[in-house]
Each structure stands twice: as structure tokens, then as C-alpha cells.
Design a protein around this ligand. Structure first.
Ligand SMILES: O=P(O)(O)OP(=O)(O)OP(=O)(O)OC[C@H]1O[C@@H](n2cnc3c(O)ncnc32)[C@H](O)[C@@H]1O
Ligand SMILES: [Mg+2]
Length: 208
């Protein structure tokens, strides 16, 4: 059953995610709050082995402290040539505190070091197939838990392109669009992304 809510708390400190959730919830008339609105909540330790486990940890931290329903997103990039890395370590791939440009630099350096090649698209060399994965957990104070997951397939490219999105988006190339995720308009990313797919699945569970 869909929660009767006009506000939802997303247990995230990531401003890129927050913006995407705000845009995706707006058509439902739901406003998004984030951990920026709860600055007194201590940092949450994300020590799960899977995206799903980490999403649950983050949502539960908010429910346990405030007794209100919460949604959390744990996501990351899984690169075939790196055996699925950085995976659940995507945020701190280049160390802590997390730094998008250091993470991107390490990603490309690792693939170059391995001499990884996964073909070309036109003139564009593709370093490896990869996917973004997003796990969502929605937890209610009564204990009810809803979980959903989505993935978005693409390729890693050495040249960063595009100014939209966040994180690894400038290096994530989608052959169908001839563009990186950072070159897509936000409304297009929010239709096809791992996060969009996971959220559609979660909303379909709400409607059941
Ligand atoms: O845990 P919260 O507070 O939500 O924020 P976070 O940035 O630490 O989020 P995660 O722990 O889920 O780590 C996700 C990592 O994967 C990257 N990532 C996730 N979704 C992405 C997307 O849509 N585009 C680009 N990079 C993404 C992101 O930049 C982070 O480095
Ligand atoms: Mg995190």
C-alpha cells in the first residue's frame, strides 16, 4: 500500500542523488527531505557486503532514531574488467573522504594499467562494459521493509564528457544515446537510470 505521505525522507548525504529523487518524486506530489535536514544524525557506517544490505542499514538508522519511515539508496559502479569493482566500495574507491574526481581518475588509471579494451563505438574507444546498480530500501517504524533494485548497462570511456549528473557519470557511456550519462538531460537520466528503475519497482510494490 502506498504510504500516505507528502514528504519522504531519503537517508542520503549525496546531493546528486537528492536532486534526482526530488525530480522523480515531484510528479507524485511528494517532497524529498534528506540527511541534510537531520544534521545531528551521526555518520552511518556502511559495512554491508551488498548494495541491498547497505541500503537497509541506512534506512534503519533513520527509522531507529526518529521513528519515521525512511528510504535509502545504496548504489555504485560494477566494471567487468575490474571483476565487478568498485561495487559497494564505489564511494571510497580512491580512499576517504570520498572524492568523485579522485575516484574517476583511479577508475581510468586501473583500466589503462590493465590495457582493458571492449571495442569501439564509432571513434570512441570503450574500455570495459560496466553497469550502475541501485538498491533501495524503504523501512517503516512498524518493521515493514520494501526493497527494490535497478541496473543500467553501459561502457567506461577514458574521456570525461558532460556536466550533468554526478559521480562516475562523465565516464559512463551509453551506445544507444551516443552520450555519457553526464551528457544526458537530467530528465532523460531519470527515465533510464539504475535509480529510476529501482524507484519504479519500489513504487509498483507500494501500489500493490
Ligand atoms: O551513502 P549516501 O549518503 O547515500 O551517499 P554516497 O555518495 O556515499 O552513496 P553510496 O554510498 O551509495 O555510494 C555510491 C557511489 O557510487 C556513485 N554513484 C551512484 N549512483 C551514481 C550515478 O547515478 N551516477 C554516477 N555515480 C553514481 C557515487 O558517486 C558514489 O561514489
Ligand atoms: Mg555512502
Amino acid at each position: 500500500m502506498r504510504p500516505e505521505t507528502s514528504t519522504i525522507i531519503v537517508a542520503t548525504k549525496n546531493r546528486g542523488k537528492a536532486k534526482e529523487f526530488a525530480a522523480m518524486f515531484a510528479p507524485l506530489g511528494i517532497e524529498v527531505q534528506t540527511l541534510a535536514d537531520y544534521p545531528e544524525l551521526p555518520d552511518i557506517v556502511e559495512d554491508g557486503d551488498t548494495f541491498a544490505a547497505n541500503a537497509l542499514i541506512k534506512a534503519r538508522a533513520v527509522v531507529d532514531r526518529y521513528g519515521i519511515p525512511a528510504l535509502a539508496d545504496d548504489s555504485g559502479l560494477c566494471v567487468d574488467a575490474l571483476g565487478g569493482a568498485p561495487g559497494v566500495y564505489s564511494a571510497r574507491y580512491a580512499g576517504e573522504p570520498s572524492d568523485d574526481s579522485a575516484n574517476n581518475a583511479k577508475l581510468i588509471a586501473e583500466l589503462r594499467r590493465l590495457g582493458s579494451q571492449a571495442g569501439t563505438d564509432g571513434q570512441q574507444p570503450l574500455l570495459s562494459a560496466a553497469r550502475f546498480v541501485c538498491a533501495l530500501a524503504y523501512v517503516e517504524p512498524g518493521g515493514r521493509v520494501l526493497q527494490a533494485e535497478g541496473a543500467c548497462e553501459g561502457y567506461i570511456v577514458a574521456d570525461a564528457r558532460g556536466l550533468h549528473g554526478f559521480g562516475y557519470d562523465p565516464h559512463f557511456y551509453l551506445p544507444d544515446f551516443g552520450a555519457t550519462l553526464a551528457e544526458l538531460a537530467p530528465e532523460d537520466k531519470n527515465r533510464i537510470s539504475h535509480r529510476a528503475k529501482a524507484l519504479r519497482q519500489l513504487i509498483s510494490f507500494w501500489e500493490e
